[in-house]
Ligand binder design. Structure first.
Ligand SMILES: *Cc1c(COP(=O)(O)O)cnc(C)c1O
Length: 403
């Protein structure tokens, strides 16, 4: 079980996460006394008269002006997410990548340097490695979990350390206590992409992490029907990001915010179920004769089992595994599945399975893939909320047919 909770409770009120997932961030009485948060589908907002304009521009009275600068439905999504994560403030974006790139660009300028771990989302790494260079920003990619290498990579002009935890696809866990210690020694900001864990399973801010990032496309939205992202942390930092966001324009649509808010209402239920199902499926796979190796942070066999148990409440629904055989065995296994859909992404109610070598890394050579651990028989399963035994039966049948 995660150690910490009292601090976040104090900040977020006394109510439990499941109650806050449904009500936090909303006014008690909504437009026309509707029970659900209305979708304010507008690009612009009007002023009543000239006094209203001046109250807004000169006296700073709260008002929505233009859709890219803010929207009431989006604001409620931000307030709810901030409450759930125990953060002072939050900005929502049109995608996780928009949240990540806008956040990074807010924190650096030409001549700066950043440190990121190699086990990060493919597009995050690509942005840091290739695009930051165009602006004269240096980036050192350090091996995940090598804390002394990470410390050695820090330079005078380093601004922050960025990592994911858990990572994709091997579900490696970053020791947040160690990360914070190193960062404090050099007065660096720390950023954690917490997409795989959600505030149900992990609370990076309680470890002193400065900014938490989410692809809300995954567990927080939870229904494989939206793209959304968020950054959370201290108001002073989040305000700066919000300001650049207004120029970058990765604005989330109000209808999308509605779906996010709806998804959030059930996210503790879903993630609790996915924690349980993930572990059951991982245990099943570990016993299966056609399976070579299973990676799941709450299995004792996982290399980061101990840290996972200390800093997380559950292992979530992602289970990564390697089967015995070759690329053709993998194809036969995929083709035999009937319940699990083949597709990227994770965190939704539908069980999805992806074969990273054929999907996300199709453009890599076999050698490049193997260096990253993306082998021909590696699968990432994102367990949904269907009956767990049905998922296991589907995997079992397909594994037996893959031979
Ligand atoms: C999906 C994902 C992203 C990107 O989010 P999008 O919403 O697809 O833009 C970033 N980080 C992690 C860990 C992800 O899983």
């Amino acid at each position: 079980m995660a150690k910490s909770s009292p601090k976040s409770k104090a900040k977020s009120g006394d109510k439990s996460l499941s109650t806050r997932s449904i009500h936090a961030g909303e006014p008690r009485r909504k437009y026309a006394d509707s029970l659900t948060t209305p979708i304010i589908q507008t690009s612009t907002f009007t002023f009543k008269n000239s006094k209203h304009i001046e109250d807004y521009t000169k006296k700073g009275k709260e008002h929505f002006e233009y859709g890219r600068y803010g929207n009431p439905t989006a604001q409620i999504a931000e307030r709810r997410l901030a409450n759930l994560e125990g953060a002072e403030d939050c900005v929502v974006f049109s995608s996780g990548m928009s949240a990540i790139t806008t956040t990074i660009l807010t924190l650096v300028q030409s001549g700066d340097h950043i440190v990121i771990t190699d086990d990060s989302y493919k597009k995050t790494l690509e942005f840091c490695r290739s695009y930051l260079k165009q602006f004269g920003i240096g980036c050192t990619i350090v091996p995940f979990g090598k804390y002394s290498a990470l410390e050695k990579a820090i330079r005078k002009n380093t601004r922050f350390i960025f990592s994911e935890s858990p990572t994709n696809p091997y579900l490696n866990i970053f020791d947040l206590v160690k990360l914070k210690k190193i960062a404090s020694r050099y007065k660096l900001l720390t950023l954690i992409d917490s997409t795989f864990s959600t505030p149900f399973n992990q609370r990076p801010l309680e470890f002193g992490i400065d900014l938490v990032l989410h692809s809300c496309t995954k567990y927080l939205g939870g229904h494989n029907d939206i793209l959304a992202g968020a950054v959370l942390g201290r108001k002073e930092l989040v305000d700066k990001i919000r300001n650049l966001h207004k120029s970058m324009g990765g604005t989330i649509d109000p209808h999308c915010c509605y779906l996010l808010l709806r998804g959030l209402k059930t996210f503790p239920l879903r993630v609790a179920k996915q924690n349980e199902a993930g572990l059951k499926v991982a245990q099943f796979l570990e016993r299966h004769p056609r399976v070579k190796k299973v990676y799941y942070p709450f299995l004792k066999s996982h290399r980061h089992y101990k840290i996972a148990k200390e800093q997380m409440k559950g292992g979530s629904g992602v289970v990564t595994f390697e089967i015995k055989g070759n690329i053709n065995t993998s194809k036969r296994f995929l083709d035999a599945l009937k319940l699990c859909y083949i597709g990227p992404s994770l965190g939704g109610v539908e069980t999805l399975i992806t074969h990273p070598a054929l999907v996300s890394y199709y453009d890599y050579t076999r050698k490049q893939r193997y260096e990253l651990g993306i082998t021909d028989t590696l699968f990432r399963l994102a367990v949904g909320i269907e009956d767990t035994q049905d998922i296991i039966d589907d995997l079992n049948r397909a594994l037996n047919q893959s031979r």
